[in-house]
Design a protein around this ligand. Structure first.
Ligand SMILES: N[C@H](CCC[C@H](N)C(=O)O)C(=O)O
Length: 258
């Protein structure tokens, strides 16, 4: 069977995108893992289905490259906004449902803006913070983030207490100024460092604000694969109107025998 696919990337976090409005994609862990394999398949950090939805412009279903369905993907969310716009499924302003609820999206020329869920529970464990921005995120502030062994240290934290098998994404963040950060992320379900992680970038910006390491509510975040920004409103550590903004583009499209 021939499968039509599209390849998109948002700040280097890359995804196989499937127009699954007819709901014919044969979901299986083995197939998705194979399609995401960078030697034996198309190669990607994850796979995303665009499906019809009664209450919004479309539904997003996200799978990590390990083949398992997972929680919200921020960069994948920005890529599906660009994908829906390219398919004429939605206009410049759109809404879509994902595993963590309804999202608003905006196509603003080369910038794609994604509204994230509200964040009302930020755990500050002093040496690290933990929160759910649509996916679980452990955030640590470090000096020279470029010198961190992200794979080794990230894997240890992701699998250790208190996360264990369920795990968490792990972010190492360096403060560059009163409104800018540099981040590197070990991603659960990819089980490696990715070039950007949107829900992680969101968690890093909120963490920096909570720790008074930045004094703005519009924060620039440099990831290995590109530059994003996060803006939000806050009162009493309740974060609302949270937006993740940055580029998201189609790289190529094709067909593959499955
Ligand atoms: N790997 C994450 C989901 C994708 C997160 C990341 N790609 C993003 O852009 O938010 C998890 O299983 O929790």
């Amino acid at each position: 069977m021939k499968l039509k696919f599209y390849k998109y990337q948002g700040a280097g976090n890359d995804f196989v995108m499937i127009d699954d409005r007819e709901k014919k994609f044969p979901i299986s862990t083995e197939l998705i893992n194979r399609l995401c394999d960078r030697n034996f398949g198309i190669g990607a950090d994850g796979l995303i289905l665009l499906q019809n939805d009664e209450n919004s412009d479309f539904r997003m279903v996200y799978f990590n490259s390990d083949g398992n369905e997972s929680t919200m993907c921020g960069n994948g969310g920005r890529c599906i906004i660009r994908f829906a716009h390219d398919l004429d499924v939605a206009n410049d302003k759109m809404t879509f449902n994902a595993i963590d609820g309804l999202h608003h999206g905006v196509v603003d020329q080369e910038i794609i803006r994604l509204q994230m869920i509200d964040v009302n529970e930020v755990e500050d464990h002093d040496k690290y913070l933990f929160m759910n921005t649509g996916s679980p995120h452990h955030v640590e502030f470090v000096e020279n983030v470029k010198d961190i062994n992200v794979y080794k240290k990230g894997k240890e934290i992701r699998n250790g207490a208190p996360y264990f098998e369920k795990g968490s994404n792990v972010n190492f963040v360096e403060v560059m100024s009163d409104n800018s950060l540099t981040i590197r992320t070990y991603e659960r379900g990819v089980e490696d460092e990715t070039l950007a992680c949107g829900t992680g970038i969101t968690a890093a910006a909120i963490s920096a604000y909570v720790k008074n390491l930045v004094d703005k509510k519009d924060i620039k975040v440099k990831a290995m694969g590109g530059d994003l920004s996060v803006n939000f409103e806050e009162n009493n550590h309740n974060f609302v109107n949270v937006w993740l903004n940055g580029p998201a583009v189609k790289v190529f499209e094709g067909e593959i025998e499955i």
